[in-house]
Design a protein around this ligand. Structure first.
Ligand code: CA
Length: 219
């Protein structure tokens, strides 16, 4: 598995790179935003670990430019500022996960592995409901590219349209064993999915049952 790691703090970067390599990851390190962007848009990486505060270009700017180019490599954002707005901003720009500094490498590895894990049941399959087609292999909804987590969520919802899918079930399916503390962000992914669905112009909506879960309905 080839990881791009964009981090300007040399001491931290060396330590994390060393630990990831000990765990059999191939790690390419970029020390500033420009270098990071150039490497990220090569599209060769399985996962990008992206610090937010970087010289030249911020992690958020890199992420925006990567997603503009329709590169859907899973991205984990890192930030020393554990502010909610930073997390939400990163997730809104198309990040798949967020890790606050300081973190342990084992935690980073768990997050990377969770993103790499594809739900076996939805591999290589297409799902249809009403005027929506979800391609689980390509991770597209009516041709619109989704991030790994958006695809995981819609993949679960579209299997049982009209039926409530519990929030806990979605968290365990999509976030795997790393669901702790993520509850607050599932709404961010839902609002991104809804935005994509409005763009598509589908009749289908994601309905929220507060505190319970979500379902797809035809409006
Ligand atoms: Ca930094």
């Amino acid at each position: 598995m080839r990881i791009l790691y964009v981090e300007d703090e040399k001491f931290l970067a060396d330590a994390v790179k060393h630990n990831l390599e000990k765990n059999d990851f191939v790690v390419d390190h970029a020390a500033d935003g420009e270098e990071g962007l150039n490497m990220a848009i090569s599209g060769i990486y399985d996962c990008i670990v992206l610090d937010i505060m970087l010289p030249k270009l911020s992690g958020i700017e890199i992420l925006e430019r990567v997603r503009e180019r329709k590169i859907e490599t899973p991205v984990i954002m890192l930030s020393a500022l554990s502010e909610v707005e930073d997390k939400v901003r990163g997730l809104n720009c198309g990040a798949d996960d967020y890790l606050a500094k300081p973190f342990k490498t084992v935690e980073l590895i768990a997050r990377i592995n969770a993103l790499m894990r594809r739900p076996a049941a939805v591999k290589d399959e297409k799902y249809q409901y009403s005027d929506l087609t979800f391609d689980a292999k390509e991770k597209t909804l009516n041709g619109e590219a989704l991030t790994a987590k958006e695809a995981g969520i819609i993949g679960e919802l579209i299997k049982t349209p009209g039926k409530l899918v519990q929030k806990e079930f979605l968290l365990s399916k999509v976030w795997g064993g790393e669901a702790y503390g993520e509850d607050n962000y599932i709404e961010v992914y839902m609002s991104r999915l809804r935005k994509t669905m409005r763009k598509i112009g589908t009749k289908v909506q994601i309905k929220t049952s507060r505190g319970l879960g979500y379902k797809l309905i035809e409006a």
